[in-house]
Design a protein around this ligand. Structure first.
Ligand code: HAM
Length: 421
């Protein structure tokens, strides 16, 4: 049997990993600028966490979750998202007891058994933030500002992006809205796909997420959540819109946006790219003011978002193809002869301890071949031959200009950076 990676889960090879590292660095630095601290929950959680947190009727839990028993029969799940995990950790470790706002961020793999396609995989990676402990719409605005800022920071212009925004109200508003949806869709039941007919009984809000062409007409005519907001949710949303205006952040009101997860209350949003196909959401998020309580903690509001790393990489590499040939080293050491080779190992060890990225040919290549590898991978070649050895010197060759100079080893090692500009 030919061994291959599991369908929908792929290897990130070194040339692409360079871009991932850069993005992860930018994302971490930006999250820190907004006062978020990293949390690293496990990848495996009790399956019940997502059944209760994300919701039994959602596609994520109902169809897409990787669930398996451990050896004692406890049902576990590969996490399909991290908000529920962060909230579980927040409750388990009593982070609320500090009486402060908890601002947490994460990066890592998530798993959903979806149909793989461009921008959609079964193992994918998310970066995300969760701010727990405040209802202030200013925090929603800050989270949305962070989302926009992140796109700018990684090099995506605002023109290629749009933010879809909606409010779906609080749990007091929900029954009336749900009933209105149920009445609307029941009347058009025959038009709906089989999944939506099930959703009609379980949670008609989920019908609004359906992508089946046959359901779109009924969805387009569905009641809007904004018409069912209580005065307090309406005021919250209006304040958010006014703050976004102050910050100069663009948004498009999308009355049909409900997002595919049950924990949301009030604000929901998605930041989408005009350059991606069907899977255009670069990130999505919103408020979840009941989730901490639903998972057994004290009533605590929360707001956050998560974005897909693969989709970010996709848009960025569509614009600028990955450069497989970029040099990755400062210097490539080319010894000539067995004795020089011993010395070369010593030189390499010292260079690396001084922060110089350097490597050596371990394949017994000829001088000519070793020099061509050097030219591909590094800016400088360091040549060590019998003459250099006898004099305690090395030859430094600038591979861009072709210029060579002879240096005493001791002088070079005292401050190699001075020579490797
Ligand atoms: P989500 O919309 O399910 O929200 O996922 C967030 C983002 O993860 C999506 O916008 C997309 O970029 C990426 N993503 C989701 N599924 C896949 C997939 N199969 N393949 C590739 N990328 C994918 C959440 O997960 C919420 N926890 C977000 C949140 C945080 N809400 C509040 N706080």
């Amino acid at each position: 049997m030919k061994l291959e990676s599991v369908r929908g889960m792929r290897d990130i090879l070194p040339e692409e990993a360079v871009l991932w590292q850069r993005l992860e660095g930018e994302i971490r630095a930006l999250f820190a600028l907004y006062g978020y601290k990293e949390i690293r929950p496990p990848v495996v959680e009790p399956a019940e966490l997502f059944a209760r947190g994300v919701g039994e009727a959602t596609d994520i839990v109902h169809k897409e979750m990787y669930v398996f028993p451990d050896k004692k029969g406890q049902m576990l799940a590969l996490r399909p998202e991290a908000t529920a995990s962060v909230v579980r950790a927040y409750i388990e470790h009593g982070l609320y007891a500090k009486g402060d706002l908890a601002k947490l961020y994460y990066l890592g793999p998530m798993f959903r058994y979806e149909k793989p396609q461009k921008g959609r995989q079964r193992q994918f990676h998310q970066y995300g933030v969760e701010a727990l402990g405040s209802l202030d719409p200013a925090l929603d605005a800050e989270v949305i500002d962070l989302a926009w800022h992140l796109m700018e920071r990684v090099g995506l212009s605002r023109e290629g992006l749009f933010l879809r925004l909606n409010s779906i109200g609080c749990r007091e508003d929900r029954p009336a809205y749900r009933e209105a949806l149920r009445a609307h869709f029941s009347a058009r039941r025959e038009e709906l796909c089989a999944d939506c007919q099930r959703r009609l009984a379980e949670n008609p809000l989920r019908i609004l997420d359906c992508k089946e062409p046959q359901c779109q007409e009924a969805i387009a005519a569905a009641p809007k959540s904004l018409d069912y907001l209580c005065p307090s949710c309406r005021a919250h949303f209006e304040e958010l819109l006014s703050l976004l205006g102050d910050l100069g952040l663009a948004y498009t009101l999308d009355p049909r946006l409900v997002r595919g997860i049950d924990y949301y209350t009030r604000t929901v949003f998605e930041l989408c790219s005009r350059e991606l196909g069907a899977q255009d959401a670069l990130l999505g998020g919103g408020r979840y003011d009941d989730l901490v309580e639903v998972l057994g903690g004290p009533p605590t509001p929360g707001v956050g978002f998560a974005g897909g790393m693969e989709r970010l990489v996709l848009v960025l590499s569509q614009r600028q193809p990955l450069d497989a040939a970029a040099p990755d080293l400062d210097a490539y050491v080319v010894p000539i002869g067995a004795e020089a080779r011993r010395k070369a190992l010593e030189l390499l060890a010292q260079l690396r301890r001084r922060g110089v990225a350097a490597d050596l040919d371990y394949l017994g290549r000829s001088l000519r071949k070793a020099m061509s590898v050097a030219a591909r991978r590094a800016r400088y070649a360091l040549l060590l031959g019998p003459d250099e050895l006898a004099q305690g010197r090395l030859t430094l060759k600038d591979l861009r200009t072709g210029q060579s100079s002879s240096l005493f080893l001791g002088e070079f090692l005292a401050n190699p950076r001075a020579f490797l500009a």
